[in-house]
Design a protein around this ligand. Structure first.
Ligand code: SF4
Length: 249
């Protein structure tokens, strides 16, 4: 509810009922509609537009995902992804609060683009954050996403200070963030954060190109080949040598 007693509703792009990649165990993944960033490798550009698609109250959304509770087991639960879920933070907070009451594990898959009171409330009801840092260099981050890295770093420091478990995800895009220097910078940023449980390196792929074309968007990465498996392994090795928990996806 808002302070005026109005029910908060959220725009949802789609729901995946048996996801196994976005958090631990078997999960129901809710893809929220709307994202303020414009990552040049985004594989969900159809989620960008704000205030469109299916509208749910938090209770309606919970009724939908609760049907799958028996599949979640001990490790699974609900992941809210996007788009950028924190663009609808008040709604996500209400939804997560219900999940928590019902003892369903909550994962927030975010780019950490915002840190305000509403976001902090969401984090109080979040069991695990999947944080996509994207790049550690402010200028390159801005070029890649249109966003501001300072806010992401504040977000990272905040979840560290609150001891909220998190995984970091980084899409490795050749020519963008695929050098040892890039990964050492990521490692330096992540050292000394006890609630960091995993770093996932995800290889860039071209599966979103059709979506960009269908939406009439200008896709700049069509000439970029996915990173070689050996490069991915060597980047992972850099993180492992720094003592960081790392996985290639
Ligand atoms: S934050 Fe995610 S949804 Fe938004 S543009 Fe970047 S990759 Fe796409």
């Amino acid at each position: 509810m808002t302070t005026s007693g109005e029910e908060i509703k959220g725009y949802v792009h789609s729901i995946e009922t048996m996801g196994t990649l976005d958090g631990p165990g078997t999960r129901c993944i809710v893809f929220m509609q709307g994202c303020p960033l414009r990552c040049n490798y985004c594989h969900n550009p159809d989620t960008w537009q704000m205030r469109t698609n299916d509208l749910y109250s938090a209770n309606e959304l919970f009724s939908k995902v609760a049907r799958y509770k028996s599949y979640f087991g001990k490790k699974g639960g609900v992941t809210v992804s996007g788009g950028e879920p924190l663009a609808q933070a008040e709604f996500v907070n209400e939804f997560f609060a219900i999940c928590r009451q019902e003892k369903i594990h909550t994962v927030l898959d975010t780019a950490g683009f915002e840190l305000n009171d509403s976001v902090m409330k969401v984090l109080e009801n979040t069991d695990l954050v999947l944080l996509d840092i994207k790049h550690t260099d402010p200028a390159k981050y801005h070029l890649l996403t249109g966003g501001n890295l300072t806010i992401v770093l504040d977000f990272l420091d905040y979840i560290t200070s609150k001891n909220i478990d998190f995984w970091v995800r980084q899409v490795i895009v050749p020519g963008n963030n695929d050098t040892e220097t890039d990964i050492l910078a990521l490692s330096k940023l992540l050292q000394g954060r006890p609630s960091l449980k995993r770093i996932e390196l995800l290889a860039f792929h071209q599966m979103a190109m059709d979506k960009w074309h269908k939406l009439g968007l200008d896709y700049h990465l069509k000439e970029i080949a996915p990173p070689d498996e050996n490069i991915m392994a060597s980047l992972r090795e850099v993180l492992v040598k720094q003592g960081l928990p790392t996985k290639i996806m």
